[in-house]
Write a protein that binds this ligand. Structure first.
Ligand code: ADP
Length: 726
């Protein structure tokens, strides 16, 4: 049973598993980095875009403030040009401005009034249509009261629009520290100076306002003391910060919903004391890193304008979220890791399969090698060029070469001519035409050993293809023994057939030989059986002579046969004696001399005084046979018997000058029942046993017999006997 979950866990712990996990982790890390990078890109782009937007807003704001300051400057130029300005003139100048410029809250003319002039000033103003006019200030509870006596006062003389701000008329701007600080700074510098944010006298709520003081001098004022001396008063513009800002924002024609904006004075003691806030609830929802800060100079004061993108802007401009990048990266990494794990696993499986197959191959190779190496018969492989590739131990044994002497060389070194020269031709013809000479057939050929000797072999050649290369495998069986066996079998068979044939010939010949004398004998007998008609005596004597000759012949034949059967049965015993050879020779020659003379042959005994040790009866039988044959096959001429001593033997020869024996018959004349088949032989008669008996008798004496004969010249039979020096 497989436990699900265990296998994957275990496979993770393998080397490949760890690699896959590592790849996944690297992929994941790259994905996270890529996500970060995308985030950063996005953030940078967002920042750049927002910065651009914020710059546009800031520029718009700066322009708006400049426009408002310009309005105050304009008022100063007007007051400068019209020194004794009336309420009506003031209104004529300021009213159109108010209509045009929404953000101007109040424009004022604030003269400098010395304490000595206060009463006159108040009286003159009351007379000029402001019956309740007085120089005023706020008491501790915030109520407007008559200003306490001071060196000088800066009361509001004119203001526009008057109706909404009437309460402020006469209010001494110098009575309030914030206002006085700005006022004095303007007086001393000669420049426009804005006040810190203030809450207006005539208003109790709303956002803070700022007052812009523009100093007016009587005559030239080039330094501080001159300015303080000749200061006439101030042209003052009062602005609601939020209106300036909102105006500016509106005029920038950008979407107000895109930015959250805060403005504070750089000099603000408390950081959260704001001059202005737009979309304050969006402020905290925007990331601080996208905040754009701009420092704005507003008539001698520094404002810090901070803009942040609103959530709506962020949503619209942040672009596609980056988590899909991470997710895609993680998924890709996981897929890559899985694929890699799969590949590695496959590789592992393939590697182990290859190992397994290599092992099997090696095993099969060594099995094959073992088979080839232990094969009883030579096995030789060669390539298509005839180069020997392998040579097994049995081949080493049969050819006498070591494998390394043959491998890499042409296989024809193992063949004698004509195969040696023809072999390359066989091969190329086979490869070209597929016409086999030996390949795939097998046949008997002759092989050549290292020592040059040859042996017959059965060669079977198989063809195989290994990796596209043709290899020939030759299996060889040394058939020397089989050939020898076949040869001797063939010889025995021929011998048996010859013996059989000779026996039949012998039987034929024998019956003829036996019948001829018997016919002679039996032919005469009827003539002798009739007593009344006896032939004449002389005729009877002739008949008796013929009958005796025939009887002798029969006896001779029968003796030969008896001798032969005795010899073959091993029952012929020798009775050796030592005697002079010439004794026996002359005895034999005497017996045969008559026959020789009949055929005109001279007989010669040249044996001298040589002594021999032999059975005298058998020796004379040998000599009778040889000399008898010589007489039979010689007409005229001579027969000579010689003897000599040689290596402790007596060598005796019987030479005639007769018809001789054809060379082809020489090897067989000593065989039993063998006669040279010719007319002269037939004429001579005989049994075909004489030389066989002679040979056996010589051999019984421990000697050998041989013949040297030339047709038409004569024959010499030579045999050896042991001889005695006594
Ligand atoms: P045979 O008794 O028939 O002569 P042999 O065994 O004595 O038988 O001789 C065998 C044959 O050898 C003869 O038939 C003859 O052909 C040949 N032969 C033997 N001796 C001689 C010889 N001296 N000269 C010629 N032929 C001979």
């Amino acid at each position: 049973m497989k436990k699900p979950g265990i296998r994957p866990l275990r496979s993770l712990l393998t080397r490949n598993g760890l690699i896959a996990v590592a790849v996944f982790l690297v992929g994941a890390a790259i994905s996270v980095a890529a996500m970060r990078f995308v985030d950063q890109l996005r953030e940078t782009r967002l920042q750049n875009e927002f910065e651009h937007l914020a710059e546009l807003h800031a520029a718009s704001l700066e322009r708006e403030i400049e426009v408002n300051l310009e309005a105050v400057r304009g008022l100063r130029r007007f007051l400068h040009a019209v020194p004794a300005v009336s309420q009506r003139q003031f209104d004529l100048y300021t009213n159109p401005l108010e209509d045009r410029m929404q953000s101007i809250q109040v424009l004022e003319w604030v003269p400098r009034v010395k304490h000595s002039q206060r009463a006159a000033f108040e009286a003159a103003t009351r007379a000029d249509g402001q019956p309740d006019f007085r120089v005023s200030e706020r008491d501790a509870e915030g109520r407007l009261v008559a200003a306490a006596p001071r060196d000088e006062y800066f009361p509001i003389r004119y203001l526009s629009p008057l109706d909404a701000n009437k309460a402020a008329l006469g209010f001494d701007l110098a009575s309030n520290s914030l206002r006085r600080a700005a006022l004095e700074q303007a007086r001393d510098s000669g420049k426009l100076v804005a006040s810190a944010p203030v809450f207006l006298v005539q208003e109790s709520t709303r956002s803070p306002s700022i007052l812009i003081f523009a100093p007016l001098y009587d005559g030239l004022a080039t330094n501080l003391s001159e300015r303080r001396a000749v200061l006439r008063g101030m042209a003052v513009g009062v602005f609601h910060v939020d209106e300036i800002v909102l105006d500016a924002l509106h005029k920038s024609q950008l979407d107000l919903a895109d930015v959250s904006l805060r403005i504070r004075e750089s000099a603000a003691l408390q950081r959260d004391e704001l001059l202005f806030a737009h979309l304050p609830q969006a402020w905290d929802k925007s990331p601080a890193n996208l905040e754009f800060r701009h420092s704005l100079k507003v008539a001698g004061r520094h404002w810090i304008v901070s803009l942040r993108p609103s959530p709506a802007y962020l949503a619209a401009h942040r672009g596609a979220a980056s988590w899909p990048v991470l997710l895609a990266g993680l998924v890709l990494s996981a897929m890559l890791a899985a694929y890699l794990a799969h590949l590695l696993n496959r590789q592992r499986i393939i590697r182990s399969q290859v190992r397994e197959q290599t092992r099997e191959l090696a095993a099969s190779e060594s099995r094959n090698r073992a088979v080839v190496d232990t094969a009883v018969n030579p096995i030789i492989t060669m390539d298509q060029r005839g180069t020997v590739r392998s040579f097994n131990p049995a081949a080493e044994r049969d050819f006498g070469y070591l494998a390394e002497e043959v491998i890499g060389r042409n296989v024809n070194m193992l063949m004698p001519e004509p195969y040696h020269s023809a072999h390359d031709g066989y091969l190329s013809r086979y490869l070209a035409s597929g016409d086999p000479h030996i390949i795939g057939i097998g046949r008997e050929v002759v092989a050549r050993r290292k020592d040059g000797s040859q042996f017959p072999m059965d060669l079977a050649v198989g063809e195989s293809r290994v990796e596209g290369e043709i290899l020939f495998v030759g299996m060889i069986v040394d058939i020397t023994l089989r050939k020898q066996a076949e040869q001797s079998l063939r010889e025995s068979k021929e011998q048996a057939e010859r013996a059989n044939r000779m026996k039949s010939e012998f039987v034929n010949m024998m019956s003829h030989e036996l019948r001829t004398p018997l016919t002679v004998i039996l032919g005469y007998l009827p003539l002798l059986k009739n007593a009344d008609k006896m032939p004449p005596a002389a005729m009877i004597v002739d008949m008796a002579r013929d009958i005796q000759a025939s009887g002798d012949h029969l006896l001779h034949l029968i003796n030969d046969l008896l001798d032969l059967s005795k010899i073959e049965a091993g029952k012929l015993d020798l009775h050796p004696e030592t005697f002079m050879l010439t004794d026996t020779v002359s005895e034999v020659l005497d017996r045969l001399r008559l026959k020789a003379q009949e055929r005109g042959i001279t007989l010669a005994d040249e044996t001298g005084t040589l002594q021999v040790r032999a059975d005298p009866l058998r020796l004379s039988q040998i000599l009778i046979n040889l000399v008898g044959n010589a007489i039979k096959f010689t007409q005229g001429g001579s027969i000579t018997i010689k003897a000599r001593s040689l290596d402790g033997h007596a060598e005796i020869s019987v030479a005639d000058t007769g018809i001789g024996i054809p060379e082809a018959d020489l090897p067989e004349i000593f065989d039993k029942f063998r006669q040279v088949d010719s007319s002269s032989t037939r004429k001579a008669g005989g049994t075909g046993l004489g030389l066989a008996i002679t040979k056996s008798l010589v051999e019984l004496h421990g000697g050998v017999i041989s013949v040297d004969s030339h047709p038409g010249v004569g024959s010499t039979f030579t045999f050896t006997l042991s001889h005695s020096e006594e």
